[in-house]
Unconditional design. Structure first.
Length: 115
């Protein structure tokens, strides 16, 4: 059974950086586009960034454009989210998601930006 496991979250000061990883078990990772989402307390889950299956096409939400970078290593079955210039409003639980046709979510990793 395929699973997604996020890691790399934590507490960071404003302006700091974190790198999130999402490791996929099982086969077929390179066939699917992947996305990073986040959900802050009291807010809806929102798309942060998405990357195509081959890694060439990327999308970023306006709120993170220029600060976050999504990438993937299909040989390692892993997608990454490099987050620079973090702001308090980036505080949320971050989830990776495998895109349709079979959607799969990870369990999430907490990112807290606070001085």
């Amino acid at each position: 059974q395929v699973r997604l496991v996020e890691s790399g979250g934590g507490l960071v000061q404003p302006g700091g950086s974190l790198r999130l990883s999402c490791a996929a078990s099982g086969s077929g990772f390179s066939l699917n586009a992947m996305g990073w989402y986040r959900q802050a307390p009291g807010k809806q889950r929102e798309l942060v960034a998405r990357i195509s299956s081959d890694g060439f096409t990327k999308y970023y939400a306006d709120s993170v454009k220029g600060r976050f970078t999504i990438s993937r290593d299909n040989a390692k079955n892993t997608v990454y989210l490099q987050m620079n210039g973090l702001k308090p409003e980036d505080t949320a639980v971050y989830y990776c998601r495998r895109d349709p046709p079979v959607v799969l979510w990870g369990q999430g990793t907490q990112v807290t930006v606070d001085s």
